[in-house]
Design a protein around this ligand. Sequence first.
Ligand code: SF4
Length: 507
Amino acid sequence: MTRCLYQGVEGIADASSTIPANKLGAPGLASETWDSTDPKLKEECGVVAIHGHPNAAREAYLGLYALQHRGQESAGIATADGHHLANIKGMGLVSEIFTDDVLAKLPGFMAIGHTRYSTTGDSALLNAQPIRVDSTKGLIAIAHNGNLVNLGNVRARLERAGAYFQTTSDSEIIVQLIAHSRAGSLVDAIADSLSQVEGAFSIVMMTRDRIFAARDPRGFRPLSMARIKNHHGPDTIVFASETCAFDLLRAEYERDVLPGELVMVTEDGVTSRQYATGFPQSSCIFEHVYFARPDSRIFGRWVQESRDQLGRQLARESGVAADVVVPVPDSGVTAALGYAEEAGIPFRMGLIRNHYVGRTFIEPEQRVRDFGVRLKLNPVHNLLDGKRVILIDDSIIRGTTSRKIVRMVRGAGAKEVHLRISCPPTISPCFYGVDTPSKRDLIAANKSIEEIRQFIEADSLAYLSLEGLLESCNGPEHTSYCTACYTGNYPTQWVDVEDILPAAAAF
Ligand code: SF4
């Protein structure tokens, strides 16, 4: 069995030969540090859980398939049939790992799944999820989206109490806390454990016969619940990071798991308890700006609506005379549509993204790295030549990629290039599951907007205001949001002080 490639447990036949060798977790495929060649902040993770379906593994697979945008490094599915718990995970995309043969090795009416981009712990398969731990409370599989911020603290305490960690992932801390809890029942032990960790987590867990779903007390990451009606038996209950996963499963959205809520699903139905109360909600506003799919409903609001409003508000705040509005695809498209409509300027796809540049694109030599943005984006010359162009993007991180895009558009003949960003300047790193470079590498933490404009060589540059961002993402539920990467005001106490100290200018 090729342990570094693929893991199966509890009576699951060795199927390592089904995973192509090029999916090995080789250095270069899976980066441990922020990839400076990739302009975007990295997605976090996606989780899914299924209870009460005869082919739970296939349902979980479909759910993960819809959540692939949240992490492309590794994926895993664990299933249970009331007696046994099986777990298979691998490096790569969901569709590459879970062939029909592999899914056939995951029997059971319950499943949890995970697709991952690592934010804590290295990127080896060992840290791929679901993580399965044989604890004093029985077998538990866990899949986690988010990042704990007091993990060093808790981990040291657990190790002093005799805990032996099998991975470096912060998700295992939660399982070890459950194993070491003095609470009598499993559900009490889970509630007890979740109340001890600080940070961002949307979690699905599974034992041999139960599914649990929980969100951290501040509700940083999304997690929703849906139902598939079964006319000849109990309904199938589904949990997923984003509601777009429900559409593929034909599951009907029921509600969000609440911040601080622990939901349990058994053969007897769904029960719930609040394990934590009194924390102000601080859901991640960047889910609306960039991470989530526009066809998802996040924190009570359609992402498409938010992005459309971001673009409209941006047009109202920083309009400029121009001939065309051009998005930086794909994430800038919806905001650019809103901007163009509000400004009454034609929307044009003046940049084309190559969707086949893989996440595993290996850069064997520096000269390949120099292709950089040109591998991913190409200008449509006849749409840009001689035009005054408004470019819409959703963030500037280091500034180097934005400069390349501005140069590319100008190189295609644009007379003027005006860059508009559909959120405020990113001035602080995220500690809640989004992989950001440190403050010294965030251009907006070190330069004024005019200095950034000069650096990226645009004719003008404007960001959306914080008020405009909050207003655009304000839905019927009046969600309160975390905006720490734009303000430096962190909603939790435990953050890495090194990273929030004023950065020395690095440009
Ligand atoms: S710091 Fe930014 S990216 Fe991180 S949770 Fe808060 S809003 Fe989201």
